[in-house]
Design a protein around this ligand. Structure first.
Ligand code: ACM
Length: 504
């Protein structure tokens, strides 16, 4: 809901806190509907903001009172305070209180943030409190200041969708544990909660499977031409899972089956049918040429079951992605149905790319829509739910602008500029669990290039996944995001200098 916040004008976009010093914004005026200048610099925008008169001068010493059960939100608050040089002392005048409450309307991830004489964060869950801390972090400046004025207000907020995701293709080109941790931190700041890791493809196999060591010895050593090779050990994965969990990000593993499997076949030749002669590691860009031998059911399903058994031991995610894209084989529907059932027998639920909808799957299997025009209606009629990733809005390996070097344009020749990404309307779709943007890495070989493709567009994913349709306004979004630029800088993000944000 949009509110005119005249009473707290001092602390709005043009006001207090150093987020506000991006006075070069091209969008500092109001939009046509006159609302943009009235929004706080928050992305995603909260559901309900009630301004109160006055400001709270947050001092350099505060008293933090955290209830039991705040094991992730209290440390998140501590990290925020530490970064701003704010120390804790139980005799301090200003208090920050973290409360667990029982208010069904807030749901599992919602929260209230009240700023008045004190700062009070309340939620039903530690996750909700964690998100309240993220909102507080966006209200505060990104860097140490002499003092921290905050607008008095009351925010009541909860997400539109439970699935607010981003996918990284770590298979074509590898990304380090350190980069993933940074990415998790950045996602969490925007209340994103699903990091989908595309862990295997033709060009590389990136996760250690103890029963099949050659997958990483051979499959982990290859990469797309120009990209990085490597793999995550099982200890790496456990560390990433722990790190992500503390930030309310679920790591969703994808083992892409039965196509996109050249790295597996190069590691274990018996996974290909006998007539296949191309058994070498692959570093090209073509897709759709490799597959497990679907007529050799013994070999194929033993492999699939063994690998997925180790995957579910490593990843606590309720959902396990089995891929299923871009392969033609008469036995494909049988494969998908059997693979989704294997996941089910392992106590989890499968996700498949949209093509998997042709199989006889249990309706609780999630389908990930990636071609804008794919006819997913029959699957919806059977009761499936969707993750929304239509490529012409959500594929961030596509250019930030038309013709950007080292970007794809097969889905949309104009690329996927920020404004285009924002035009996706999740509310127009039925039976969705949420939204997920994707960054494939055939042409993205460095951390800097990944930052450039991901940011600032991932902030759009956050807003589409969290904010209500009637709170979303592109001009207002630009203004709010522009004001958060120091936060992106402080997080070390090498974002694309988006001209619509005047960042060029
Ligand atoms: C895909 O883009 N092949 C899912």
């Amino acid at each position: 809901m949009k509110l005119l916040l005249a009473t707290v004008a001092a602390c709005l976009l043009a006001g207090c806190g150093s987020h506000m010093d991006q006075s070069t914004s091209p969008n500092s005026g109001a939009s046509a509907d006159g609302t943009t200048a009235s929004q706080l610099a928050l992305v995603p925008y909260p559901d309900d903001v009630t301004p109160m008169p006055g400001t709270l001068e947050l001092t350099k010493v505060v008293h933090v009172e955290a209830a039991d059960g705040t094991e992730t939100s209290a440390p998140a608050l501590n990290r925020l305070l530490k970064a701003l040089d704010i120390t804790r002392d139980s005799s301090a005048h200003t208090q920050i209180q973290l409360y667990l409450v029982d208010e069904p309307a807030l749901g599992d991830e919602g929260y209230r943030l009240d700023i008045d004489q004190q700062i009070v964060l309340s939620a039903n869950t530690d996750a909700g409190l964690f998100y309240a801390v993220q909102t507080l972090s966006q209200l505060l400046p990104a860097n140490v200041q002499a003092s921290y004025p905050l607008p008095n207000l009351s925010i009541t907020d909860s997400p539109s969708y439970s699935w607010r995701g981003n996918m990284l293709d770590v298979a074509r080109s590898f990304f380090s544990v350190e980069y993933l941790k940074q990415h998790i931190d950045r996602m969490a700041r925007f209340k994103l909660n699903r990091l989908h890791l595309h862990l295997s493809d033709d060009q590389g196999w990136r996760v250690e499977i103890e029963g099949y060591p050659k997958l990483t010895e051979i499959g982990g050593a290859s990469a797309v031409k120009g990209g990085r090779s490597g793999f995550y050990t099982q200890d790496d994965i456990r560390e990433l899972v722990r790190y992500a969990k503390a930030r309310h990000v679920t790591l969703v593993p994808e083992i892409d089956l039965p196509g996109h499997t050249q790295a597996a076949i190069a590691s274990y030749n018996e996974l290909a049918c006998d007539d296949v002669t191309n058994l070498a590691p692959y570093s090209g860009l073509e897709v759709g040429f490799s597959k497990l031998c679907l007529t050799d059911r013994e070999t194929t399903y033993t492999f699939v079951k063994d690998v997925l058994t180790e995957i579910v031991k490593l990843f606590p995610s309720e959902y396990i992605h089995i891929g299923g894209d871009e392969i033609k084989d008469p036995l494909y529907p049988e494969f998908i149905a059997r693979a989704t059932r294997i996941v089910d027998q392992l106590g989890r639920t499968a996700i498949a790319w949209e093509e998997g909808s042709v199989a006889d799957n249990d309706p609780d299997v999630l389908l990930q829509l990636w071609n804008d025009e794919y006819d997913i209606q029959p699957a919806l009629d059977r009761g499936h739910q969707l993750i929304l990733s239509p490529c012409s809005y959500a594929y961030f390996d596509h250019g930030n602008y038309q013709g950007q070097p080292n970007t794809y344009d097969w889905c949309r020749k104009e690329g996927v500029p920020l404004e285009r990404a924002y035009q996706l309307k999740p509310e127009d779709f039925e039976q969705i669990v949420g939204v997920e943007s994707a960054m494939w890495s055939e042409l993205v070989h460095t951390d800097a290039a990944a930052d450039n493709r991901l940011w600032p567009r991932v902030a759009v994913t956050a807003e589409l996944g969290w904010s209500r349709a009637d709170d979303r306004d592109y001009q207002a979004f630009l203004q709010r995001l522009n004001a958060l630029r120091p936060m992106l800088d402080a997080m070390g993000i090498e974002y694309y200098r988006e001209p619509q944000l005047n960042w060029d």
